[in-house]
Design a binder for this molecule. Structure first.
Ligand SMILES: Nc1ncnc2c1ncn2[C@@H]1O[C@H](COP(=O)(O)OP(=O)(O)OP(=O)(O)O)[C@@H](O)[C@H]1O
Ligand SMILES: [Mg+2]
Length: 354
């Protein structure tokens, strides 16, 4: 089912959160809303579910305008962070609930619920009570309960954030698998970038009620459009003063504020106030040796954190702090060491939000 927001405006107590939002999610897509706390992710989900209505604009499911359709008539499966199972009903009864409410007979409801429980890896758990389940198992039940009705739209609001890391990985794979099998249009809310990258067909990055960038995981990860997105995905950045004449290498030359000249093959035109963003895993560091070449900056190690395969450094350049993630097999530096950092030539120019 295709989802369409047309000029949706939403405010809380006179404060506008979403203004004239247009957003189309194609049928069958796994779509994630990614953004920090308070950016409006849950609000968008609540609009989709029908828990709240927009001040103006329309929400369409396919051809159907659902703007004024109540929650229970939208044929939606929802999973929240906190499970929200009926505590006094068995697992099987929880999963059957939506089917029974839709008038499906007891036998058929139970057989479909049992099949769904198997799909989420809970074969044989039907007679347990929710209190007898682990957090991960409860969330599997919540997914089974949401999907057993074959909803037109599957909504998940931070479903994994109460779980430990290992379970999160396991369950996000399960969510992705269930979605791929069923091809139900899915909107997944998270503030965890790696989670969004791992499961989504497309991601919308939300900031203060605005979708600041939308694209496939690799587009968003490799080509942030603005400072907000590059920061969110852990890029480092340094201010850039101006663009200089191209160098002998053919790469574009950007004058950093005080720390020298960076090279880039990026295509974005330079505009005043832009910064050069680059991924920490593309930054190299070495002991200082004489003059700085283009693409190199002088820095002092502020902290060094051993991560196993890599060491993560915080580096103080005279233009600002940057990070470097380098293989732990090379020379390891310590806080206070002077180093030369080599910036990658595939940095990206980013500015304030478009
Ligand atoms: N019922 C409400 N009344 C007034 N303001 C609200 C209400 N619900 C949310 N807000 C405000 O709207 C903004 C967006 O909230 P929302 O819950 O959509 O954010 P979120 O991105 O889901 O955040 P989180 O990651 O913390 O769950 C916040 O500033 C929040 O304080
Ligand atoms: Mg939320």
């Amino acid at each position: 089912m295709e989802i369409n927001f047309k000029g949706v405006t939403q405010s809380y107590g006179g404060v506008t959160l979403f203004k004239d939002l247009d957003l189309k999610i194609p049928s069958g897509e796994f779509f994630s809303l990614l953004g920090p706390s308070g950016s409006g992710k849950t609000t968008l989900l609540r609009l989709l579910a029908g828990f709240i209505r927009p001040d103006s604009g329309h929400i369409l499911f396919g051809e159907r305008d659902v703007t004024r359709v109540p929650v229970h008539k939208r044929n939606i499966g929802i999973v929240f962070q906190d499970y929200a199972l009926f505590p006094d009903r068995t697992v099987l009864a929880n999963v059957c609930y939506g089917l029974r409410a839709r008038g499906v007979g007891k036998r058929e409801a139970e057989s479909r619920a049992l099949e769904m429980l198997t799909q989420v890896g809970l074969e044989g758990f039907g007679s347990r009570m929710p209190a007898e389940l682990s957090g991960g198992q409860k969330q599997r039940v919540a997914m089974a309960r949401a999907l057993v009705i074959k909803p037109g739209l599957f909504l998940l609001d931070e479903p994994l954030s109460a779980l430990d890391v290992k379970l999160r990985l396991e369950l996000r794979r399960l969510i992705r698998k269930l979605q791929q099998q069923s091809r139900i249009t899915t909107v997944f809310v998270t503030h965890d970038q790696s989670e969004a990258l791992a499961v989504s067909d497309r991601i919308a990055v939300v900031d203060h009620g605005r979708i600041v960038q939308m694209g496939t995981p690799s587009e968003i990860y490799t080509r942030p459009d603005c400072i907000f997105v590059s920061d969110f995905f852990g890029w480092s950045r340094l201010p850039v003063e101006e663009e200089l004449e191209p160098g002998a290498t053919g790469l574009r030359r950007l004058k950093l504020k005080t720390a020298g000249v960076a090279l880039t093959d990026g295509k974005r035109p330079f505009e005043a106030g832009m910064q050069l963003a680059f991924r920490p895993d593309r930054v190299g560091i070495a002991a200082p040796s004489g003059d700085l070449a283009e693409g190199e900056v002088a820095a002092k190690v502020v902290s060094a954190e051993y991560r196993g395969g890599t060491v993560e450094y915080e580096l103080d350049t005279s233009d600002g702090m940057i990070r470097a993630e380098v293989p732990s097999t090379g020379t390891v530096f310590a806080a206070g060491d002077d180093v030369t950092a080599t910036l990658p030539s595939n940095g990206r120019l980013v500015g304030e939000q478009p």
